[in-house]
Write a protein that binds this ligand. Structure first.
Ligand code: PMP
Length: 336
């Protein structure tokens, strides 16, 4: 591989791994390793795409300001690209977010405005409402707005989808993905179905989220649920989620998701984030139900480095009821 002239050129074109040590039933299961993007997640793609789309249509001028309400990987992706391109970035973040995530964002040069986590939509301190106010008060500010910015699904339609098609030589029968903003599943699903209309798109959704139910019943039933996997699961249908692309929903509980990421690390050597647990558990269950030898693709959405003290910590898992606590009280070997 030739040397890259900028870290931005290293976004995308991620490798793909076939799982050979896990029981995938009659299927072959491939994971696209989005943890290998320079910012550590699939969101680098949309950080770059949303900023470059705004540059093209003039919403973002040289030296301008980008605003987003997120503590997650989208913030990191935007911070990476904004720093490289010389933009100011303001991120509005609920105060329950981990100190390490905030350190990482500040170290990349982002301005972090903390706000309350305990207020609902419509409250002036709700993080989305606060971002909207900052945009209105800051001349020349561009609101990235991943939930309804069309550059988000488009990034996956023009990069993630074509990469998968090329890596599997057009032999792909099903896609399993999660929904945060809906960009990944909508854009990747749209591209793959344009090439293979028989391809199945399956959403793997945390228990308590509304997406899988909306796919199965056509109705959004608010569940008042909460889940511990991060980055996916919704209590509404984001504008960027194209439900018509999705054929099936699989619901995955936290216990199964956290077990799956630990098994992925032990058996295949991949340290993945927690949303990958939901996707992998959902994909494995879907694969084992099949009777034909299908090629199935899913994602490692982000690196597990950020979750070492949670998903990969036996005591934390036991405290959350995600693994059984041994009678001796010794939790050190729970996930060994
Ligand atoms: N996994 C992780 C770790 C994420 O941060 C996100 C985005 N929030 C997703 C999966 C889901 O991606 P999308 O926003 O494209 O639906």
């Amino acid at each position: 591989m030739a040397p890259a002239g900028s870290v931005l050129q290293m976004i995308g074109n991620t490798p793909m791994l076939e799982l050979t040590r896990m029981d995938t039933g009659p299927c072959r299961l491939f994971l696209k390793l989005e943890n290998q993007n320079p910012g550590g997640s699939i969101k680098d793609r949309i950080g770059l795409a949303m900023i470059e789309a705004a540059e093209r249509d003039g919403r973002l001028q040289p030296g301008g300001t980008i605003v987003e309400a997120t503590a997650g990987n989208t913030g990191l992706g935007l911070a990476l690209v904004a720093a490289q391109k010389g933009y100011r970035l303001i991120l509005v973040i609920p105060d329950k977010m981990s100190a390490d995530k905030i350190r990482h964002l500040r170290a990349l040069g982002a301005e972090v405005r903390l706000t309350r986590s305990d207020v609902p939509k419509g409250h002036p301190e709700y993080y989305q409402d606060m971002a909207e106010r900052i945009v209105a008060e800051t001349p020349g500010a561009f609101w990235a707005s991943q939930f309804d910015n069309p550059a988000n699904p488009m990034a996956h339609e023009t990069t993630t989808g074509p990469e998968i098609w090329a890596q599997l030589d057009g032999k792909v029968d099903a896609l399993v993905a999660g929904v945060g903003s809906g960009g990944t599943i909508s854009g990747t699903g749209r591209f793959l179905k344009s090439r293979n209309p028989a391809l199945k798109v399956v959403v793997a959704d945390p228990e308590g989220s509304v997406v899988a139910g909306a796919v199965e019943t056509g109705q959004v039933r608010f569940e008042d649920g909460s889940w511990l996997v991060e980055g996916i699961g919704e209590d509404f249908i984001p504008p960027n989620l194209d439900l018509s692309v999705i054929d099936e929903g699989v619901t995955v509980g936290d216990r199964e998701a956290f077990a799956a990421v630990n098994e992925l690390l032990r058996s295949e050597g991949i340290l993945a984030g927690t949303s990958t647990g939901t996707l992998l558990a959902g994909a494995l269950r879907w694969c084992r139900r099949q009777t034909a030898p299908l090629n199935v693709v899913s994602f490692v959405c982000d690196t597990g480095n950020k979750y070492l003290s949670k998903a990969y910590d036996g005591a934390w898992l036991a405290d959350q009821g995600l693994v059984d606590r041994p009678r001796t009280g010794d939790v050190s070997d729970l996930i060994a």
